[in-house]
Design a protein around this ligand. Structure first.
Ligand code: F0G
Length: 401
């Protein structure tokens, strides 16, 4: 019912072959279904609870999945922020509400299930943090060992804590994420571990369900989906899913796919702005949003196509804008997200000001990870609580009552 197809030369590979890139030309692979033969049942889907597994007919997993009830995340209208920006139909899809606190769980429930389906005994990834946390969680649930490679000193505390407590073998390297990914890729090819970074096309299958949920929650296609871009897997995944929906005739147009990066780490934005055929890697990416501190996004080829073919856009935001938006989401909307996630909403503000986003557009921001992932960055921005003597008079005095 499906095969792996090279997005560049269209070479195709059987679904049970362990390949991460095209063995003929080296480009990225994608899972391609025979949609006619599959004949997914949309009415039945819509009677199933909102979750990744509602969309099972369009996923490659044929065994009982390794699941912790991922997906089904809230889509919040951003009333106050939307009004301030002059964008009354602005929404946030809060992916921080997944089991491990980020959208990666959608990819990992599918990816780790595929590892079992393909008889793999050990899984691995490189990560800026969330992928490692999620892999650790799903490997624990599956009862198989996981190895995670992290850039030393650049992973938020909550993510490291998760990788450790869920039992992954965590290794930090004296290098950045891009190097960690090269190393783990080589390790997987030489020693048969199953690679679960977003270069793995099965992982992206899980993540495409974000777009499906948005359509089901809104009752239609938004004008634009905006998301933070690091390794560029998520934007590619959502786009791919929506192309399948269009091929099935379930939607008749696509949203404008819009990617936001941090100013110190913006190879995709450069490629879009300057119309490069491919991205030029940034050797020294830097940003407070460590989740997207990535200079050589492996899925760039898919992401550039997603942005270009949908008439989308790309923009970068400064660390100050990211942190300001993190505080505003928390204080004005009650939504707690990590810095990378705030980048998407900060990017919307930028693009409205630039006149790229029209004020009558219905815009969905994907906010990708939970506030508690990176408590240190939060504490650094906030006044510490006032400490007082344990008596009522001191309490009233500090409150000015
Ligand atoms: N937002 C968060 C919170 C992330 O953790 C990531 C990526 C992204 C956005 C970007 O998504 O890579 O698909 O473009 N985190 C990866 C990790 C790289 O290792 O956790 P992308």
């Amino acid at each position: 019912m499906y095969r792996l197809v090279c997005v560049h030369c269209r070479a195709s590979f059987p679904p049970d072959e362990i390949v991460y890139t095209c063995s003929r030309c080296g480009h990225l692979l994608a899972v391609e279904y025979d949609l006619d033969a599959l004949s997914p049942d949309r009415a039945r889907m819509q009677r199933t609870p909102l979750s990744v597994w509602r969309y099972r007919d369009l996923l490659p997993v044929r065994i009982e999945p390794v699941t912790l009830q991922e997906g089904g995340t809230p889509l919040y209208p951003l009333k106050r922020l939307g009004e301030e920006m002059g964008l009354p139909r602005l929404y946030a899809k809060h992916e921080g509400m997944n089991p491990s606190g980020s959208f990666k769980d959608r990819g990992m429930t599918v990816g780790v299930s595929m590892a079992l389906q393909l008889n793999k005994k050990m899984v691995a990834c490189a990560s800026t943090g969330n992928t490692s946390a999620s892999l650790a969680v799903y490997a624990a649930k599956a009862g198989i060992p996981a190895v995670v490679l992290l850039p030393s000193g650049k992973v938020a505390l909550g993510k490291v804590a998760q990788a450790l407590i869920h039992g992954a073998k965590a290794i930090t390297i004296r290098g950045n994420f891009d190097r960690a990914l090269e190393m783990v890729h080589e390790l997987c090819l030489s020693h048969g571990l199953y690679l679960l970074n977003s270069i793995n096309p099965f992982r992206l299958e899980g993540q495409k369900t974000i777009g499906f949920e948005v359509i089901d929650q809104l009752g239609g296609v938004p004008d634009r989906i905006v998301l933070p871009v690091g390794n560029a897997g998520n934007i590619s995944a959502i786009h791919k899913g929506l192309l399948e929906y269009r091929e099935l005739g379930w939607i008749d147009h696509l949203p404008r796919m819009t990617g936001i990066q941090a100013e110190g780490s913006r190879p995709v934005v450069d490629a879009i702005e300057r119309n490069y055929p491919e991205v030029i890697a940034e050797p020294h990416p830097e940003t407070v949003a460590t989740a997207i501190r990535i200079g050589a996004p492996v899925n760039a080829e898919k992401a550039l196509a997603a942005i270009r073919t949908t008439g989308g856009a790309a923009a970068s935001v400064s660390d100050a804008e990211i942190l300001r938006m993190q505080r505003e989401l928390a204080a004005k909307e009650g939504i707690g997200v990590e810095p990378a996630s705030a980048a998407s909403v900060a990017g919307v503000r930028r693009l409205v000001e630039m006149g790229v986003i029209d004020r009558d557009e219905r815009v969905v921001c994907v906010v990708t990870g939970h506030l508690l992932k990176d408590p240190e960055t939060v504490i650094r921005q906030c006044e510490p609580p006032r400490e007082i003597d344990a008596d009522q008079r001191s309490l009233l005095s500090v409150l000015g009552l």
